[in-house]
Design a protein around this ligand. Structure first.
Ligand SMILES: [Zn+2]
Length: 582
């Protein structure tokens, strides 16, 4: 993929008002040098989400999400990077540089595909309203879907027989191939044929709201009951959720999200003024889908039919969710009465009773898991042993240590069996670098100090100019900040940098490193504090160097430097003390 030039991206960031982008979703209030608000990425009651207006970066001290405007649009609004850039460029009134050739052919083909998908959705929708679509309209009437819902979700109809697509789009080979590439035609030895026939059609949208594929339900008794688009460049069923783009804003605002099994459940809930459901696309729920769900809302309610198949589906969801689960998540599970789904229940008992069910009957995931384990394991001492063994295996997949311990202690209480819990492999930075413990101890300054040091440098890049020459060695390569520090150091050395440049450039070069955004959002490091830190780090470094040095003259020189630094440290300390007492 072609790349935007760094100058263009820097210019774009400097012309972007990050606070305004974020304020569309979060109420921000000034606090110190920054703005703060409730984090849009995790649920919280007191604000830990900070926006540095100065550096155009945000960071959440609760969940660790952070970055610049591109990152926010990507992580929060689901834009791919190029689209995030285009969105901001348009807002800032900056034309996309001509040098940005993102494979124009490929882009044009993609855009054509998306346009065609939109047209096909329109054609199905119009067919539903025509005479040909009477039977399908009747189906929706019987299912109690009002016209407003049919319009809003652009429901449609693909008529019986072959040739509908050709009737709508002509039979030029080029257009037929395009229709095949978006999954609405299939080719066989006799040519192209309509994939969807005599089906009511549900357009499926991606996160940005583009139609990317369709689900089709047969009218009458044919097989299969549901037929979906095949995998195409646009349609990836394991990543998409029905209702996601339609309901995202409502879910964020009203903090309510229900995961149901089918399209009709999503629509029935919307018809009863509960527009906060999503559904997987006719298959068991996948890990990427669960991730999207937990990112959208930390406490989704998963609804399942209470029959055997429903319970198995719930169990699979639990298994897939374990690796993703964090302490801030609190998913719940709701079993509906045997043979019922949200659609049938809403028609039987109405909105209020259904909402009451959601609120009163949904059980926390832990409880659902424990009940499931009991059912699998059976009774007696053997049952309790089986229960512990199965739990032990499942808990290994949990990545959150605290949560795992909490769940473990619950299962031990119930089964009366202590879990073995094989040790999970630990990957630490120091395991990769073999340094003798003694040397390591001498080299490592408290990580807290390194952290503050980085914060000060990125907050006020002018500090780089006051660093001594040997400051390049202050960080050792086992410190997680090492690559960023050395890069920042060389950036500061070669370039006439403005205040914004270093942090922004680092953000671009280390897009996945959330520390950069965290450092700039930490409370401002004061000048005195920085001077103390600098002396401290310098002394620690020289101390370490002396230990590794041979040759008397070198050691004497280091000792002299150390003595001078300690003097400075002493003076600065005294003047700070005096300041405080004044
Ligand atoms: Zn957060």
């Amino acid at each position: 993929m072609a790349q935007f030039s760094p100058t263009f991206l820097d210019e774009l960031i400097s012309r972007t008002d990050l606070a305004a982008i974020i304020a569309r979703h979060v109420e921000l209030k000034p606090s110190g040098a920054n703005l703060v608000g409730l984090c849009p990425f995790h649920h919280e009651k007191t604000p830990s989400f900070s926006v540095s207006v100065d550096k155009q970066m945000y960071y959440c001290f609760g969940c660790g999400k952070g970055g610049n405007a591109f990152r926010f649009l990507m992580e929060h609004d689901g834009y791919p990077f190029p689209e995030a850039v285009e969105f901001l460029a348009q807002k800032a009134g900056m034309p996309i540089p001509a040098s940005y050739v993102k494979n124009p052919k490929e882009e044009a083909r993609k855009k054509q595909g998306l346009d065609l998908l939109t047209k096909v959705a329109g054609v199905f929708a119009r067919c539903l309203q025509s005479d040909e679509g009477k039977k399908a309209s009747l189906y929706f009437t019987q299912r109690k879907l009002p016209a407003t819902i049919i319009q809003r979700y652009q429901l449609g109809y693909a008529p019986a027989g072959y040739g509908f697509m050709k009737r709508c789009f002509g039979d030029e080979p080029k257009i037929l191939q395009q229709l095949e590439s978006i999954g609405v035609l299939v080719s066989n030895e006799r040519g192209f044929a309509d994939r969807f026939r005599e089906r009511v059609m549900f357009p499926i949208r991606d996160k940005q709201g583009h139609v990317v594929g369709f689900g089709g339900r047969i009218l009458g008794d044919g097989e299969p009951k549901y037929l979906n688009s095949p995998e195409t460049d646009f349609y990836h069923k394991s990543n998409l959720l029905y209702g996601y783009s339609e309901h995202r804003e409502f879910v964020r605002k009203h903090k309510m999200l229900v995961v149901v099994e089918g399209y009709m459940d999503v629509l029935a809930m919307a018809a009863y003024d509960l527009p906060y459901a999503v559904a997987p696309l006719g298959t068991a729920i996948t890990e990427p889908q669960l991730q999207n769900i937990l990112r959208l809302h930390e406490a989704p309610i998963f609804c399942f039919d209470g029959d055997r198949a429903g319970r198995q589906a719930a169990w699979r969801s639990i298994e897939r969710m374990l690796p993703l689960l964090k302490t801030e998540h609190s998913p719940k599970f709701l079993y509906l009465p045997d043979g019922e789904d949200p659609d049938t229940l809403l028609q039987k008992e109405g909105k209020e009773a259904f909402e009451k069910r959601l609120n009163d009957d949904a059980k926390p995931m832990l409880e659902t898991w424990l009940t499931g384990l009991k059912n699998i394991a059976g009774d007696g001492a053997e049952g309790r042993a089986r229960m512990a063994k199965k739990a032990d295996q499942m808990l290994l997949n949990m990545s959150d240590n605290y949560l795992r311990q909490a769940w473990q202690s619950e299962i031990e209480k119930i089964s009366g069996v202590a879990l073995q819990q094989q040790k999970r492999p630990q990957f630490t930075a120091s395991a990769r670098h073999q340094i003798s413990p003694k040397l390591q101890q001498r080299l490592i300054v408290s990580p807290m100090k390194h952290d503050l040091f980085m914060a000060a440098l990125l907050q006020k890049p002018k500090y780089f100019r006051s660093l001594p020459e040997d400051a390049f060695n202050f960080f050792i390569d086992t410190n997680p900040a090492y690559p960023i520090y050395t890069r920042a150091f060389s950036l500061a050395g070669v370039e006439e940098t403005t205040e914004l440049d270093i942090a922004a450039q680092l953000m671009r070069e280390f897009p996945d490193n959330h520390n950069i955004a965290r450092w700039v959002n930490l409370p401002l490091v004061e000048d005195d504090e920085f001077q103390m830190l600098l002396l401290d780090m310098h002394i620690t470094y020289l101390d370490g160097l002396r230990g590794r040095s041979e040759g008397l003259t070198v050691i004497i020189r280091i000792n002299e430097e150390l003595k001078a630094l300690r003097n400075q440290q002493h003076k600065l300390n005294n003047s700070l003390k005096n300041k405080k007492t004044l």
